[in-house]
Design a protein around this ligand. Structure first.
Ligand code: MRU
Length: 357
């Protein structure tokens, strides 16, 4: 059973319960969200993280943002003012939530889908509309679970018996509402009784590989080995690595893929060592409005993430810091893109259009 990264507890008046990933793996604690600013902060601080998971969290965040808007206005017995207030609030909260993190397109995708649902049902009584939006958020979550399973089924085809696979960052249950994107392939391969091992680089600065991926995979009984990021070249040079399998936060129409900082380096190394490099994404991570990866917005994060480790300062005070959270891997270094509709080979522009509705 996949780790329950996000859970909605109760009905419309319930709350969102998140595993606080900043505390893992040493502590398992939860973040309870009863209002949208708590969801906003949880996304910004990476208490909930990973492209699909932040999309699901934002959809629930929007529900928290609109569920208390009044729907019996004394000001306007015709109800027109209520509608205007409701839709204004919905737009405002969606806009704010969309600014919590810029790179993963799933956030915008989920909020756009919620806004579209509100538009489709705009003439329904507000009390009913709140329930419709609540159900839509739950549907986004449930669909993500199904999509993860499909990604696992296609992704597992890339893992041969006896493989050694390199992943990067965390694209597992912790990054989604289900069993993961890239890591779902590992879970499926294990169910198929394939023998394989996984290498997980630590992924500085926030150590998603060391803290999350190794924890998640070892809990599932998968053979996983941790290494520092600067050991990847040596690993590829001296061990037989069968392939690289990882996720992405946004893939442009031509297949260029943004993922955790360091991924581009891994791709170039894989290319130099003739190792296949696979990107596993739900189609909610596709951004067809961008022709290529050059316009993917890259998040820059606080200098503290680089100058400290686990709250302990390493670098001298006043040192200048460079801290992009993502980089973009050009499509030419990607052997195939795995989606819930199947495995896509280059040319991506044409084949994405052909396979993905
Ligand atoms: O900054 P994070 O931890 O949210 O970055 C996450 C990643 O880069 C993942 O590889 C990505 O979301 C893959 S999709 C499961």
């Amino acid at each position: 059973m996949a780790i329950q990264t996000l859970q909605w507890v109760g009905g419309l008046n319930g709350y969102l319960k998140l595993i606080d990933q900043t505390a893992l793996p040493t502590k398992k604690r939860y973040r309870i969200c009863r209002d949208w600013p708590t969801v906003f902060r949880a996304i910004q601080r990476l208490e909930v993280r990973g492209a699909p998971a932040i999309g699901v969290a934002a959809a629930y965040g929007l529900v928290l943002g609109i569920r208390t808007t009044p729907y019996k206005s004394l000001r306007d017995p015709t109800g027109q003012a209520d509608y205007a207030d409701f839709h204004k609030k919905l737009k405002r909260v969606a806009k704010k939530l969309s600014l919590s993190r810029p790179t993963a397109v799933n956030l915008k995708w989920a909020l756009d889908r919620m806004a579209q649902t509100a538009r489709t049902h705009k003439n329904k009584p507000i009390a009913q509309l709140k329930n419709i939006l609540f159900r839509e958020a739950k549907r986004i979550h449930a669909e993500d679970r199904q999509v993860c399973l499909a990604l696992g089924r296609y992704g597992a085809r890339l893992i041969k018996n006896g493989s050694a696979v390199l992943t990067y960052c965390n694209a597992g249950s912790l990054a989604t509402g289900g069993s993961g994107t890239a890591l779902s392939a590992f879970y499926q391969a294990k169910r198929q009784r394939k023998k394989f091992r996984v290498y997980a680089p630590e992924t500085r600065p926030l150590l998603q590989g060391a803290r999350l991926t190794t924890w998640e995979l070892s809990q599932a009984g998968i053979d996983v080995t941790l290494l520092c990021d600067n050991m990847i070249a040596r690993l590829m040079q001296t061990k037989k690595i069968s392939c690289v399998i990882l996720g992405s936060d946004r893939v442009a129409a031509n297949g260029d893929a943004a993922n955790k900082i360091g991924t581009y380096g891994v791709a170039r190394l894989a290319h130099a060592h003739k190792i296949p490099f696979y990107v596993v994404i739900p189609t909610s991570s596709l951004d067809r409005t961008l022709k290529n990866g050059s316009r993917i917005p890259i998040e820059y994060r606080s200098e503290h993430e680089v100058t400290t480790i686990a709250g302990k300062r390493l670098a001298a005070k006043g040192i200048k810091v460079y801290n992009p959270a993502f980089d973009v891997t050009p499509a030419k270094y990607i052997t195939a893109i795995v989606t819930e509709y199947g495995i896509i080979k280059p040319p991506y522009q044409k084949n994405i259009r052909k396979l993905c509705p």
